[in-house]
Design a protein around this ligand. Structure first.
Ligand code: GNR
Ligand code: NI
Length: 167
């Protein structure tokens, strides 16, 4: 297992579109294990392959209290969205920034599990929010893209300032 470096907004590589996975081989299983270690260590409740600079359609999520419910979604497709909810979001690629984002309340996703079996999941609440957040990453979007241009500009300058201080 290995900790993977996480890309930071506004890195242009976060804008890349992830490609479908055609074969779930040993390298994909290793990537899942490394991403899980990276997500738990951060700590975070989800991680998209895009964030570790791998542009494949793979996301992992664990919204459980005790980190006991790792879910792996390969080639996920959003099939249905219903209702709306608004919650504070954060992102491991945008450290220290938390903003309200409007999302669907309930989503249905079709995907392959780690054994390559076709699955479908109906998710609500935080799991639904996290799925939509991670699906955005696979499409080259971060939650900041949902905010007003004024908020986006403030976030960019805050992160730039922080980067100067840390350098
Ligand atoms: O750890 C995370 N927390 C979180 C909180 C509210 C909405 C979405 C998230 S996902 C985030 C981890 C991350 O950046 N995934 O891409
Ligand atoms: Ni994120």
């Amino acid at each position: 297992m290995a900790l993977l470096p996480i890309l930071r907004f506004p890195d242009v590589r976060l804008k890349k579109i992830a490609q479908p996975i055609s074969c779930i081989d040993e390298s994909i299983r290793r990537l899942v294990n490394d991403m899980a270690e990276t997500m738990y260590e951060a700590p975070g409740i989800g991680l998209a392959a895009t964030q570790v600079d791998v542009h494949k359609q793979l996301i992992i999520i664990d919204v459980s209290e005790d980190k006991s419910d790792l879910r792996v979604f390969i080639n996920p497709r959003l099939e249905q969205c219903e209702g709306s909810q608004e919650g504070e979001e954060g992102c491991l690629s945008v450290p220290g920034v938390y903003e309200k984002v409007e999302r669907s309340q309930r989503v249905t996703v079709h995907y392959l599990d780690i054994d390559g079996r076709q699955q479908s999941l109906v998710a609500e609440g935080l799991l639904a929010v996290c799925l939509q957040h991670e699906l955005d990453h696979l499409n080259g979007k971060v939650f900041v893209d949902h905010l007003s241009l004024l908020k986006q500009a403030r976030i960019r300058s805050k992160l730039a300032k922080k980067a100067r201080v840390t350098a």
